[in-house]
Design a protein around this ligand. Structure first.
Ligand SMILES: *[C@@H]1O[C@H](CO)[C@@H](O)[C@H](O)[C@H]1NC(C)=O
Ligand SMILES: *[C@@H]1O[C@H](CO)[C@@H](O)[C@H](O)[C@H]1NC(C)=O
Ligand SMILES: *[C@@H]1O[C@H](CO)[C@@H](O)[C@H](O)[C@H]1NC(C)=O
Ligand SMILES: *[C@@H]1O[C@H](CO)[C@@H](O)[C@H](O)[C@H]1NC(C)=O
Ligand SMILES: *[C@@H]1O[C@H](CO)[C@@H](O)[C@H](O)[C@H]1NC(C)=O
Length: 289
């Protein structure tokens, strides 16, 4: 009895798969299958076409030279060189190998700033005013020129007179740069923004005197606005070097450098919440036994 049922069932299944009487495969005739396949073929071709068209239109609106959208932070971030993952510069004056990597990082970073390189690549611009090179309507003004930032401007921190950037003497130099933001005009009342560094509260007795190079500690207006990597191929970011002249030894010193402008209605909002907007915080520890 049970066996008969089983037989009947498998027979039904077989018939469903291929019914020799009606010539139906899985319950459909050949022409029905053909129509279904045709439908899906057309449907998917149409979808693919739509996708390509949308993509094409979107790519048309993109500009090679400028991002269509950018999250414009009101206050750009700052970064230091030499940069380590934890933003710590820790070394022992007496152990060359402990500071050699910092010196090498600075050498590498500053090589494109060599005066000879700058004269070759960039223009000597008029200081204290923006170097604007707008496109005139649809006519692109590309590539755009950039201004010279000579390595010698960093004086004692240029690595030219003192090849160890002060690391050997326990008076290390740290370079500060402002992150690139396309179109940023950082000046206020026609004056350049400048960097100041100070110790975080608890370390204020240990930071000693800080020297700035160039002495104004400023990012000159002539390096702005920045037009993007593609438009301004030879752009050299302006730098400010900070030299710690008599920082306490064998002590952690937490340093905070920030960007300042010359007015009270400043565009650089330094908030305690965003640790990286308009400032950079790093740790210095110079050991000497
Ligand atoms: C830059 O100048 C330094 C010191 O004069 C030199 O050692 C280095 O090779 C120069 N680098 C480039 C890329 O010209
Ligand atoms: C950079 O140095 C070169 C060579 O010393 C000099 O001719 C040029 O005027 C300097 N540029 C700036 C902006 O100081
Ligand atoms: C960039 O620098 C090269 C030399 O390294 C120079 O030939 C070229 O004209 C410069 N381009 C611009 C747009 O300043
Ligand atoms: C660092 O030197 C300056 C003068 O050059 C002096 O006023 C200051 O007290 C010194 N600070 C420390 C921590 O030695
Ligand atoms: C900023 O404000 C203070 C007092 O509110 C004022 O004394 C100072 O002159 C102002 N500075 C600038 C650059 O406007």
């Amino acid at each position: 009895m049970a066996k008969e049922d089983e037989k009947k069932e498998t027979g039904e299944w077989k018939e469903f798969f291929w019914n020799p009487r009606t010539h139906e495969l899985l319950g459909r005739t050949a022409s029905s299958w053909g129509l279904i396949l045709l439908f899906y073929l057309i449907f998917y071709t149409f979808l693919a076409g739509m996708f390509c068209l949308t993509m094409y239109v979107m790519l048309l609106t993109l500009d090679d030279y400028q991002p269509t959208w950018q999250d414009r932070l009101a206050t750009p971030g700052m970064m230091i060189r030499p940069k380590t993952d934890l933003l710590e510069i820790v070394y022992n004056v007496e152990k060359t190998e402990s500071w050699d990597s910092y010196v090498q990082a600075l050498d590498t970073f500053l090589a494109p700033y060599n005066d000879s390189q700058q004269v070759m690549k960039n223009d000597g611009c008029v200081p204290d005013q923006y170097f604007t090179q707008e496109d005139s309507g649809e006519v692109r003004n590309n590539p755009k020129r950039s201004c010279q930032f000579n390595r010698t401007v960093l004086e004692e921190c240029s690595g030219l007179s003192d090849h160890t950037y002060g690391y050997q003497d326990g008076k290390p130099c740290v370079l500060i740069k402002l992150n690139r933001v396309i179109g940023l005009l950082p000046g206020e009342k026609g004056r350049s923004p400048y960097v100041t560094c100070r110790a975080r509260k608890e370390d204020s007795d240990s930071i000693g005197t800080v020297a700035y190079f160039p002495p104004t500690g400023s990012f000159n207006l002539m390096y702005y606005p920045y037009y993007g990597k593609r438009a301004q191929v030879n752009y050299s970011q302006p730098l400010v070097a900070v030299k710690f002249m008599n920082i306490s030894l064998n002590t952690d010193v937490n340093v905070e450098c920030m960007i300042n402008s010359n007015s009270n209605t400043t565009q650089f909002k330094i908030s305690e919440r965003d640790k990286f907007a308009g400032r950079v915080i790093f740790k210095l520890r110079i050991n000497k036994v």
